[in-house]
Design a protein around this ligand. Structure first.
Ligand SMILES: Cc1cc2nc3c(=O)[nH]c(=O)nc-3n(C[C@H](O)[C@H](O)[C@H](O)COP(=O)(O)OP(=O)(O)OC[C@H]3O[C@@H](n4cnc5c(N)ncnc54)[C@H](O)[C@@H]3O)c2cc1C
Length: 324
């Protein structure tokens, strides 16, 4: 094992000053970074522990919710205002990992966790994320759990975070800070599709830290539905987050995002467009769900995700419609 330095940051300024160094990495709950380190996939030269920074608050205010970057997933899911205003957030967290992991894992870490692609995590097969130019073992290999959106010949690894999918459907914004200052982006804009440079998964620049996520209030009801190979402690094969507002029998607004299918959380814009302003009901929901896989590029072993995605969208819409 390579030697490394450890800094328990006492202030945000101290963390940001250290983060610009080559080989530096933040650690929050450590539930993703540590397994990757043990597997030889990550090897930071400087570990910056941000767990003591005052960024763990979950705040409900007029107009929206604010989650500090080191808020524990369990604390977010348990917050009464999260459950009341945006049930999809609590449902996505409760469908993630295990109680023990959720007690340690943080918001920032959940958004930046790495893919569960077995080729990436093995650290021994060709992977463009680990070694640009080496190729992608999944493209011609076993790829049942891989992406049908946003991939290409260099990478088809799915984005893993359930919470990110719910937050993308809720139009969350992410607040980033570095020594150069602060910027706020729609969460969708944090992520990059695999494209030519799969090693670069987000727009974060070296030394930049997530400090908070803000979720605006919205009318209607939200819901997260996760389909997986076993009932608990398993990543999504397909998941769908929906935020649906119906008034006078018509869809006033709808936002849909899917997990388990894209190299980043995937907004389902064609389905949203078909629903907006339409009469709310199963026929319209079914037609919109039929558009959910528009643009999908299935691989040898994951064509089934197309039908599964459509059915999951339909189920999510019907369930959300029943609750509005
Ligand atoms: C057994 C197991 C099962 C799991 N199942 C699921 C599941 O079903 N669904 C799901 O969504 N997830 C699942 N996870 C993943 C889990 O959600 C993540 O491991 C966790 O959210 C990571 O949070 P953390 O605070 O521990 O991150 P860490 O491991 O501390 O960090 C992860 C990454 O984020 C970076 N980072 C952390 N915080 C910040 C910040 N504020 N700013 C910038 N960079 C930061 C770190 O440098 C590191 O690269 C599972 C994990 C395990 C171990």
């Amino acid at each position: 094992m390579r030697a490394f330095d450890y800094l328990r940051a006492q202030t945000e300024g101290e963390a940001l000053a250290a983060a610009g160094q080559d080989g530096a990495a933040f650690i929050a709950g450590g539930t993703d970074l540590m397994p990757l380190w043990k597997a030889g996939v990550a090897a930071p030269g400087l570990l910056i522990d941000i767990g003591r920074l005052p960024l763990a608050e979950v705040t409900a205010r007029d107009g929206g919710l604010v989650f500090g970057a080191t808020a524990r997933l369990a604390d977010i899911a348990d917050h009464p205002e999260v459950r009341r205003r945006h049930p999809a957030i609590a449902q996505a967290i409760e469908a993630s990992a295990s109680g023990q992991v959720r007690n340690m894992a943080t918001l920032g870490g959940a958004l930046l966790q790495r893919t569960r692609c077995v080729y990436f995590r093995s650290g021994i097969t060709p992977c463009e994320k680990l070694e640009p130019g080496s190729g992608c073992a999944a493209v011609a290999g076993e790829n049942r759990l891989h992406a049908i959106f946003g991939g290409g010949p260099s990478c088809v690894a799915t984005h893993a975070s359930d919470l990110a999918v719910a937050l993308v459907a809720l139009d969350a914004q992410v607040r980033l800070r570095s020594l150069a200052g602060e910027r706020v982006l729609p969460l969708t804009a944090l992520y990059l599709p695999a494209g030519e440079s799969p090693a670069r998964e987000t727009v974060l620049v070296p030394g930049e830290m997530i400090v908070a996520v803000e979720v605006p209030d919205a009318g209607g009801r939200s819901l997260y539905l996760k389909i997986r190979d076993r009932a608990s402690f398993e990543f999504a094969v397909v998941s769908v987050a929906v935020a649906l507002e119906v008034a006078d029998g018509r869809v006033q607004s709808v936002r849909l995002a899917a997990g388990g299918v894209g190299t980043m959380p995937w907004r389902l814009r064609a389905s949203e467009a078909a629903l907006t302003g339409a009469e709310a009901g199963e026929a319209v929901f079914r037609a919109a769900a039929g558009l959910a896989a528009d643009g999908a590029q299935p691989l040898a072993h994951n064509g089934f995700k197309i039908e599964l995605l459509k059915r999951t969208v339909l189920r999510a819409l019907v369930q959300a419609g029943d609750q509005t």
